[in-house]
Design a protein around this ligand. Structure first.
Ligand code: ZN
Length: 334
């Protein structure tokens, strides 16, 4: 069965609404639903709304996409997913089942939905095989990784096979925040700072800088990353990163300035940020071809994000690139 309402053709003709592709749009597969214990930072009155929206794909979500002018949403398993599971065999199995489930959901409205794979990176061999299956057999567009895997970041040498597989398949890795393992000393006494409000930004931006300073991209020159949340502050920081890397004598000396590596290998989405100033900063710092629209549904308001980008103070050429054509190029959507 496929659902036929809300075809993308209708969105092309909606006055004042730009046809959009959205890349950071979450769902949850059976067995991988986040529990309130894992995401205890959520307002207990808000969490049930998110909990109800996550598994639902083909009715309320499609209607919201229609109203917002989103013709295609790329769906991804929400955190914590499988990466923090201690039982590796179970994590591998649930990742596969979750990807199969997503494939069946996409089939309900294949014009409107695409997928990013969920991978149990605790077992790199299994994760690479699953990524190949997801891309080559299920038609997924890449992978979304929820932060470090049980505290281990992607610069570790044993992930080189994973980077090689991404290059081989020529698909992007969407690096999304994940639950941070252990207590960060700077947040002690301020639990509200630990998660999406601030801590996840620090952790994800640091994750990218670990990749830059370990020179993963020298060894894997065709690897491509996507960062959400307007680039997790990195577009704002590029000049300072170059400046301070140039005078730091401890640690590694890089073959090129950090900004050069980031601009070459990273694109960003607007997920969870609906403000013109950081958008203009991202466009100016990263380039008009490097910024893509996303909403972070169901954690953020899909209509608020759409109304904002439809009216943001940028040129019409930039708006079309951000809303659609950059994503078409990055995701290979033609
Ligand atoms: Zn998200």
């Amino acid at each position: 069965m496929t659902i036929t309402h809300g075809p993308s053709d209708a969105i092309h003709s909606m006055p004042g609404i730009v046809n959009k592709i959205a890349l950071e749009e979450h769902f949850s597969a059976p067995g991988l639903e986040p529990s309130i214990n894992e995401v205890s930072f959520f307002d207990p009155e808000v969490f049930p709304i998110i909990e109800a929206a996550l598994p639902e794909i083909a009715e309320h979500r499609l209607l919201a996409m229609d109203r917002a002018g989103i013709s295609i949403a790329v769906l991804s398993q929400t955190l914590p997913g499988v990466q923090s599971m201690g039982d590796v065999a179970l994590a591998v199995d649930l990742a596969r089942r979750g990807n199969d489930f997503l494939h069946t959901r996409i089939a309900l409205a294949p014009e409107r939905f695409r997928g990013f794979a969920c991978l149990a990176l605790q077992d790199v061999d299994a994760a690479c095989n699953e990524l190949k299956r997801c891309v080559l057999e299920l038609g997924f567009l890449g992978v979304l990784v929820n932060g470090a895997t049980d505290g281990v970041y992607l610069d570790e040498p044993h992930f080189s096979q994973f980077w090689h597989t991404l290059e081989q398949l020529d698909v992007p890795l969407y690096l999304h925040p994940g639950l941070v393992k252990g207590q960060v000393e700077a947040f002690r006494g301020y639990p509200e700072l630990e998660s999406a409000l601030w801590g996840w930004t620090c952790d994800t931006a640091t994750h990218i800088l670990r990749l830059v300073f370990s020179e993963v991209f020298d060894r894997h020159p065709r690897a491509r990353l996507i960062l959400g949340h307007m680039g997790e502050t990195l577009p704002f920081m590029l000049w300072r990163l170059d400046s301070r890397a140039g005078v730091t004598t401890i640690g590694r000396s890089l073959s090129r300035p950090p900004s050069e590596t980031i601009k070459k290998h990273v694109t960003v989405t607007t997920s969870g940020v609906c403000a013109d100033a950081p958008l203009r900063c991202a466009l100016e710092a990263m380039g008009d071809d490097a910024v893509m629209f996303s909403t972070d549904y169901p954690y953020e308001d899909i209509q608020l994000a759409a109304d904002w980008i439809d009216n943001a103070d940028i040129s019409e050429d930039q708006r079309i690139k951000v809303c659609r054509t950059n994503a078409q190029r990055v995701l290979g959507l033609g």
